[in-house]
Design a protein around this ligand. Sequence first.
Ligand SMILES: [Zn+2]
Length: 264
Amino acid sequence: MTDEERQDASRDAPPNAATPPPAAPPRITSTLLVAVALAGALALLAVAGPAVSRGAGSWADGLVGVGTGELERLRSVHGPPAEEDAARVTAAAADFGEGADLEVAVLRGHAAATFVPMVFRSLGDGRIEPDPAWVEAHIVEAEVPLLEGTVRCHERLVPQLAGALGELEERGLGDLIDPEQYGGCWVPRHILGDAGRALSLHAWGLAVDLNVDDNPYGAEPVLDPRVVETFERWGFAWGGHWRTPDGMHFELLELRDAPREPGH
Ligand SMILES: [Zn+2]
């Protein structure tokens, strides 16, 4: 599979794409939800400052992603550079050249504040060109169990990816991952390759596609539940749970040093 095919294979629409936000769990009252939403908005304002306006995927959209267990999914929002991005943009502009139309992406959700914002320019076809300095600083090449060659991912994803795959190998479940069907990790593009959408977590190197031929976007996933369970304990969210399933897709949900205990 070529890199180009890998990019095409990987879709990763968000679970709420073209659908309303998930219904609140029955135990949570609407009052509490409003309080949570308000608290989130206030926290966001406190962090980002009122001057920030983030184009596609406004900050209000960030509140829609709540709902994977108790953790808010990571998601990328972006827009024109804000005042506090000035130094980052100036540094990136030296690499991009004069007149480049630069945007800044930030992550929202669990542990989002630990990820450095990314300056990028859209290439107009759904792909983006990230600031080379950001790539140099955060995207690494690594060998991980069960996959052939190397993967290119965000440095923060690698230990958990290696952990999940290593655990499958140790438990004798390595055959459940087909190295021939590895679909890639860091792929600088928008969700669904659609320039009108937010950046994919693949653009951050924070998502990985496995067994892609068996689990095409939108089809009922055929991934073994033990794979899913293992990745979830290592801090990943699985696209196969989404309303439009993306069974090949695992993305970082939670930064962890070690997996949760089975059953938790
Ligand atoms: Zn994916």
